[in-house]
Design a protein. Structure first.
Lengths: 162, 157
């Protein structure tokens, strides 16, 4: 009888030991950083698991990135992005909307297609001065982006023509 | 098509704007002092968070018909962020009493899972921040380590 109790206790403890790792392994957290990153900020994930965001490098320059579901990371900069590229959202088709800041600290919208092509755009009425401009914040499944203009806080919609 | 936002300068309250321009003001739970309805899904459900008149912070879901579900995450001192997906799975970020940052996932059935990056620091304003969730419930965000360096992560269950 004593041996049976000991055996049962052993089985119970073993079950606990096995159960804890199983619970811990039911979640997976995978860290990632683009090469050269000193700070990484993912902003959006689409149904396929593709992630976009921006990172800072050792020179304090900010760049956009796309991380595919398989872990492959592609970095990119919008044309004229002297002070940084800031992707905000990725849609199911893999198009990315965001904004970039030029050398005069003026913001401009961009849409990056899944093939890597980047188009820039300006919201009507966007101011041309420092800290003014266009900041695209979202993109819908059809590839249309929404942007705001700091000088005119109304929400506009413009075709990204992608 | 709906748009969400907050109105009011010092005490923000939620509003809902339909595609035809119709605005529904104060889409907030009862006893709200200030609110942030941060996300709306294709079903018309809204997810967000609010501070009540007793200065306590809570998360909420508002169905398209205007029915509210509120819930709390133990240890929440304040709330920084909340978003969700088409399946009403909510994810959010909050600081604890020591201002260490934590994140969570809440299923539509109310099951809560904490999200803590293994490399996240436990000092002031260090921890795990979520930013986005997809329909499958996969989450991306970043964590700050003990040197306040931010790293990206992807989380799934």
């Amino acid at each position: 009888m004593r041996n049976v109790c000991s055996l049962l206790s052993l089985v119970f403890v073993a079950a606990l030991v096995i159960a804890v790792p199983l619970s811990a392994h039911s979640q997976t957290l995978t860290p990632f950083d683009p090469t050269g990153s000193t700070s990484t900020f993912p902003f959006s994930i689409n149904p396929a698991g593709a992630i976009t965001g921006f990172y800072s490098d050792a020179s304090f320059a900010n760049h956009g990135f796309l991380r595919d579901a398989d872990g492959t990371i592609t970095t990119f900069d919008a044309p004229g992005a002297a002070q940084g590229t800031f992707p905000q959202q990725i849609n199911p088709a893999g198009s990315i909307a965001g904004y970039y800041t030029d050398a005069s600290s003026v913001n401009h919208g961009f849409v990056r297609a899944a093939d890597g092509t980047i188009r820039t755009f300006e919201a009507p009425g966007a101011g041309p001065h420092t800290f003014q401009g266009t900041t695209a914040s979202s993109i819908n499944p059809g590839g249309r982006s929404q942007e705001t203009t700091p000088t005119r806080p109304s929400l506009l919609t413009a075709s990204s023509a992608l | 098509m709906f748009e969400l936002g907050t109105s009011g300068f010092s005490v923000p309250r939620g509003f809902l704007r339909a595609a035809d321009g119709t605005i529904t003001a104060n889409v907030d739970p009862a006893n709200t002092f200030s609110s942030n309805p941060g996300a709306i899904n294709p079903n018309g459900t809204i997810a967000g968070y609010y501070e009540d008149i007793s200065a306590a912070w809570h998360f909420f879901l508002r169905s398209k018909g205007g029915v509210f579900t509120t819930f709390d995450i133990p240890g929440t001192r304040q709330i920084f962020f909340a978003t969700f997906n088409q399946r009403d799975t909510v994810t959010g970020t909050y600081p604890d009493a020591s201002f260490v940052i934590h994140s969570f996932l809440r299923t539509a059935h109310g099951a809560i899972t904490t999200i803590e990056a293994p490399g996240a620091g436990t000092g002031f304003f260090q921890g795990t921040f979520v930013n986005s969730i997809n329909p499958a419930g996969t989450i991306t965000g970043h964590y700050t380590d003990t040197n306040y360096v931010a790293h990206g992560f992807v989380w799934s269950k």
